[in-house]
Design a protein around this ligand. Structure first.
Ligand code: ZN
Length: 211
């Protein structure tokens, strides 16, 4: 199959990369963003002709919908129902989905996470209109603040001064995204390092250089 320049441009702008996917023969996968009047849509794409590639892309797109609360959009894309980009969260959603083997059972994650560092469960309570409060039965406010700060960074949420409350700027709920990001938000430095190393591994292989 010949990939013309027009085909490449149709993908949109690449915003994230998995350079070697161990669950699909080490193929490279890109996450592409295309803005449209209905809101930004994301496309997972690979240039690989590996027989597993199409099935992998299909699984990851489905995972984005289930684990991130995204909806299918034209052209195999997905987008968030609020029609907002949430690009930082979308990139994280793609990276988290790519950790799962193809065919893994997909279920939205709970709004509670066990914090090994303090030995307690932290819960995120929806307040409506895209706002969430981090709570714990032991009233350990420091860990609640850590989790709220992690969510703020990983999902580009707005913080409330002096309170463990974070909010999506679109003003709409995204329970699935919050549940997915909770474990990562407890160690946001490691999560950000992972993103940086994915980016520094460079460009998605062009068709000519990848079998
Ligand atoms: Zn939103």
């Amino acid at each position: 199959m010949v990939h013309t320049m027009a085909h490449t441009l149709d993908l949109g702008r690449r915003v994230e990369l998995v350079s070697m996917d161990p669950h699909a023969g080490d193929i490279s996968l890109g996450l592409y963003r295309e803005d449209s009047p209905e809101g930004p849509g994301y496309l997972i794409h690979t240039y690989s002709a590996n027989p597993e590639a199409a099935r992998r892309v299909e699984f990851l797109t489905r995972a984005a919908e289930v684990l991130g609360g995204a909806r299918g959009a034209p052209g195999q894309r997905f987008r968030f129902p609020c029609q907002t980009g949430h690009q930082t969260a979308a990139r994280r959603l793609f990276l988290e989905a790519a950790k799962l083997p193809t065919g893994d059972e997909l279920q939205p994650r709970p709004l509670t996470v066990h914090d090994r560092k303090s030995g307690q469960d932290l819960t995120v309570e929806p307040l409506g209109a895209g706002r969430y409060r981090v709570t714990t039965s032991t009233a350990d406010e420091a860990r609640c603040a850590v989790l709220a700060n992690g969510l703020r960074k990983l999902a580009e949420m707005d913080a409330t001064e002096g309170q463990p409350v974070v909010a999506f700027p679109c003003g709409q709920d995204h329970h699935e995204l919050v549940g997915l990001l909770l474990p990562r938000a407890l160690n946001v430095r490691a999560a950000l390092r992972e993103e940086e190393s994915a980016l520094s591994r460079g460009q998605l292989s062009a068709p000519s250089s990848q079998k």
